[in-house]
Design a binder for this molecule. Structure first.
Ligand code: ATP
Ligand code: MG
Length: 481
């Protein structure tokens, strides 16, 4: 009230107005105090209408030379063509609704794997103080790759390219972490900023991209290496669940540092990394870690090394005490004494995984998604307007609605391609390019006494004719996240 009166005075409101206002306020106060609300049931959740292709914001962006460069790879071309992304500045993209559905699924999958090994999710500021980076000595080391800026007080900052400094400082600020709390695994999924010399290949090498970065704190080297192995196994499981062919290779520790490091690579011709794989024992390494010209395996001594190219989708580091020493990240050990924590850090390129899976799984003219992260699992195609089967339009709408609402695994996963001014053939072609795992064509046969639906399984290219029960049975077994 006091505040209100002051407000009236300072703004020189006529006193009469403020009195009336106060009276009204008082009345409403009394009402509130005496009002007893009847028991109410909790507000119901909104019903989500079936998504319709005609309404999706999915502008096709395929124009040569956009983004100031050539369209250089399959995933970039397909993602622009199908309205998944829109270019902004070099190396920066708008992620459009359909792509975001996939990305959110990928993040849920990552969350599942990180939680399974005890990870806890945090979210750190993207704006990082130069002080931290000067403490670790990386302010200079990062050179031009770091986006630097100053605030109004001339304090220096950078837009976080990675967060070893920040997380170690966070840990160090808790002076009495007991050894009983370790291992502690903290991770985030956030935007990272790197002024890449040559941003290219769409989401594969951006200047602003999403990364999952996890940091571990352990009581000893043995424990830290155990954590390291556990994260590597989780990465392997993640790529297996995505149905991707991957290799774990010995890697360089770069400017992040540490003594042990691996990259998770997807073999692909456009990959920027050169990998050597032993044909005998399976040992794999990034060329950067090998002697120049080495042709034989250093592990089994006999095998011949063959070279492939790969897209780096994950990177793990055992850091030891490189950061924890500098930032005094201590825990209280079993003898009640302060001890320096052993650390690891573990990156996954979220937007890179999204594009890289399209890159390695798709054909030249059609996207193939890892099933779990397809933006929609099912697309229902109603008949063309004015065709003999037009009466089946209602059936298609009901079908899409019932599949997308009644099957637990398909909640919100069924899209209706209601662009009925287009022929089935044209819409089927679009559905193929976008790569919905299942396409259901509702035609003449859906009008029969026992309605039959034509179902296309995109990955195998097989076509099935199924009753409603058959269709429900098939689709209820689709694995989703
Ligand atoms: P690269 O060698 O490809 O430049 P990096 O080794 O510098 O990558 P890390 O610091 O290991 O990258 O980052 C962890 C993960 O983040 C990488 O394995 C990769 O999947 C992803 N990543 C790194 N840089 C980019 C980028 N510019 N655009 C998209 N994803 C990236
Ligand atoms: Mg790396």
């Amino acid at each position: 009230m006091d505040v209100l009166m002051r407000h009236c005075k300072t703004h020189k409101l006529p006193t009469i107005l403020s009195r009336t206002f106060l009276k009204a306020l008082k009345r409403s106060h009394i009402n509130c105090a005496t009002h007893t609300s009847p028991p109410v049931s909790p507000p119901s959740k909104p019903t989500i209408p079936t998504p319709r292709v005609s309404r999706l914001f999915q502008p096709s962006n395929l124009r040569e030379g956009q983004e100031g460069g050539e369209l250089t790879c399959r995933s970039q071309r397909l993602m622009l063509q199908t309205g998944l992304i829109h270019p902004s500045n070099p190396g920066c993209f708008y992620y459009l609704p359909v792509a975001l559905r996939s990305m959110e699924k990928l993040v849920r999958l990552i969350d599942e794997e990180m939680h399974a090994i005890g990870g806890q999710k945090v979210d750190m500021p993207a704006l990082c103080s130069a002080k931290l980076w000067k403490t670790s000595g990386r302010w200079e080391l990062m050179g031009k790759e770091m986006f630097r800026l100053q605030d109004r007080h001339n304090a220096e900052y950078c837009l976080g390219p990675t967060h070893e400094e920040a997380i170690t400082e966070l840990f160090a600020s808790q002076s009495t972490v007991s050894y009983k709390k370790l291992p502690l695994l903290l991770y985030q999924v956030t935007r990272k900023f790197r002024d890449e010399q040559k941003p290219k290949f769409g989401l594969l090498r951006g200047r602003e991209f999403y990364m999952k970065d996890m940091y571990s704190f352990d009581i000893s080297e043995v424990a830290a290496l155990d954590t390291y192995q556990s994260v590597c196994r989780a990465y392997g499981r993640l790529f297996d669940r995505l149905g991707l062919n991957w290799v774990q290779v010995q890697a360089d520790t770069g400017n992040i540092g540490g003594t042990l490091s691996h990259e998770f690579q997807l073999p692909a011709d456009i990959g920027e990394d050169r990998l050597l794989v032993c044909q005998n024992c399976g040992f794999s390494a990034n060329v950067e870690t090998m002697e120049p010209g080495q042709t034989h395996c250093s592990q089994c001594q006999t095998g011949v090394l063959s070279e492939t190219r790969g897209i780096e989708v994950g990177h793990t580091f055992y850091l030891g005490t490189k950061y924890s020493q500098v930032f005094k990240a201590l825990f209280v050990n079993a003898s009640n004494e302060p001890s320096v924590a052993e650390m690891g850090c573990f990156g996954l390129g979220v937007t890179r995984i999204l594009a890289a899976s399209i890159e390695v799984l798709s054909s030249v003219d059609a996207i193939c998604w890892p099933g779990l992260i397809a933006p929609f699992q099912v697309c229902v195609l109603p008949p063309k307007k004015g065709s003999k089967a037009q009466e089946a339009t209602r059936i298609s709408e009901d079908l899409a609605q019932s599949l997308g609402n009644s099957l637990a695994n398909l909640k919100g996963e069924v899209v209706l391609d209601d662009r009925t001014q287009m022929t089935i053939g044209k819409r089927l072609k679009d559905a193929k390019i976008l790569g919905y795992p299942y396409v259901v064509v509702v035609g003449q046969k859906a009008l029969e006494d026992l309605p039959i639906f034509e179902v296309l399984r995109q990955r195998s290219g097989e076509t099935m004719f199924l009753s409603k029960e058959g269709l429900v049975d098939l689709l209820s077994r689709v694995e989703t996240i």
